[in-house]
Design a protein around this ligand. Structure first.
Ligand code: PRP
Ligand code: MN
Ligand code: MG
Length: 193
């Protein structure tokens, strides 16, 4: 089998840079969660958020609950379908709870808006978002937080198709420990998707 790095053009954030920044975001989040009376529910969005979620929560020394939800909107292409689907729902009850949604990236905002509406319907008392990457250049829908919810982000991402640290192209590259830019020839064929 070939190396996980085949098709990467260049590195945007190294493993060390990622780790340092995740530590900073974790500290910020921990400080806010400590002020809450009840354990917050940290909701990771599978699949992309799995590494960020794991690295984040182990650096947040606060009593909390972790759950996962699976939301997909990209399929195998590089363009959002604009129609996210929840393909696996939460296990825990978030009614009356402070919820922090953990994402790998906010791009058009469709996934998050859809998920936030879903969590609001379930009665979450506040909804915050903690995203590893934020790509505001591509935003189509404003992400509205609920209650005293806050928005945390690791890095602002330039408008390239990035992979690694959980982010995929056609389900590949998630296991790279850094964030890289994919060579355009890797996905040109799929640009009609
Ligand atoms: C990606 C990414 C975010 C979402 C962001 O998920 O992980 O969840 O898209 O894009 P948006 O802001 O335009 O909605 P994807 O649908 O690729 O599923 P995955 O996490 O399983 O890769
Ligand atoms: Mn995702
Ligand atoms: Mg994806």
């Amino acid at each position: 089998m070939v190396s996980a790095e085949v098709g990467i053009d260049y590195v945007l954030w190294t493993e060390d840079e990622v780790s340092t920044r995740v530590g900073e975001v974790a500290a910020e989040l921990a400080a806010d969660l400590r002020a809450l009376p009840e354990p917050a529910v940290i909701v990771g969005v599978a699949t992309g958020a799995f590494l960020f979620l794991a690295d984040l929560v182990r650096r947040v020394d606060v009593r909390l609950v972790v759950d996962l939800v699976r939301v997909e909107s990209y399929g195998a292409g590089t363009e959002s379908s604009g129609k996210p689907r929840i393909t696996a729902d939460l296990k825990v009850d978030v009614a009356g709870k402070h919820v922090v949604v953990v994402e790998d990236i906010v791009d058009t905002g469709n996934t998050l808006s859809y998920l936030i509406a879903h969590l609001e319907k379930k009665g979450a008392s506040s909804i915050s978002v903690c995203t590893f990457l934020d790509k505001p250049a591509r935003r189509k829908v404003n992400v509205h937080l609920v209650g005293d919810g806050k928005f945390y982000r690791g890095f602002e991402c330039p408008d390239y198709f990035v992979v690694g640290y959980g982010l995929d192209y056609a389900e590949l590259y998630r296991n790279l420990p850094y964030v890289g830019v994919l060579k355009p020839e890797m996905y040109k064929k799929d640009s009609s998707n």
